[in-house]
Design a protein around this ligand. Sequence first.
Ligand code: NCD
Length: 305
Amino acid sequence: MNFKNRDILSTRDLTREEIDYILNTAEKFDKNPQEFSDLLKGRILALVFYEPSTRTRISFETAMKKLGGEVISLGAVEASSIAKGENLSDTIRIVSSYADAIVLRHPKDGASKLAAEVSPVPVINGGDGAGHHPTQTLLDLYTMRKENKLEGVRIALVGDLKYGRTVHSLIYALTFYSAKITLVAPEELSMPRDIIEDIKRIGGDIEETSDLKEVIPEVDVLYMTRIQKERFPDPNEYRKVAGIYRLTPELLESAKEDMIIMHPLPRVDEIDPRVDETPQAKYFEQAKNGIPVRMAILSLVMGAL
Ligand code: NCD
């Protein structure tokens, strides 16, 4: 399978075979990280982040370093020429002449596609507005597979399904694994209709509800998300839905014993910290899985495997 020089922009561009191949590669790195410590020696990864990030940024940096490569970073937007009015294509044109691959995070949907059009080196979408976040999906799938909860899984996607890019990417990939998907959101934050129609067209199994309590006993995976405050055009609209779901140990009493709770993080108040102590909580491990998965993505797009 050839990933060399490929952009990773959306899960919609990947086949199930390609996803499985990436996950299998990640598993190799997970089991034997030492064996690959020189794989990307002499290569440079550029991090171009126009929005805040902790996990995506730091885990790509860690992944690159574990493979013996170097990382350059645009740093804070205010400290770069973007503050002088430089446009995205010019920034990407320049950065792509310095680096072997670029991870881009940007507040606008479609920004990574635009970047990929001007970049001769692979562009990895690290989140574009309310659009997509494919590398998060790959680590989500990796986590689910490791927990034996992927093929035919019953999963609830909970929270901000309108603006949340992680769920927009995840829902496409889940259909490859015959998942039974329940969307849990208030009307105002429901999954965009075009995505739902797309998923139904490709044979996806989806139901919608706004009642979290009712779905908890039914599912194998509870995928919680943060209400994306920064994407609301009107702060009053945010206030109406803020804190709408809060997962507590009490709510979990009706859950299956082997159910798992995932969250791309950061969380705000949608998961009570007391839940962290339950055996179902897998979100910190999920974040940790970002390392081998991103090691796999980097090695594949840089053609090192
Ligand atoms: C997510 C994002 O940036 O979309 N964070 C992440 O990459 N783990 C989720 C979020 O910000 O809510």
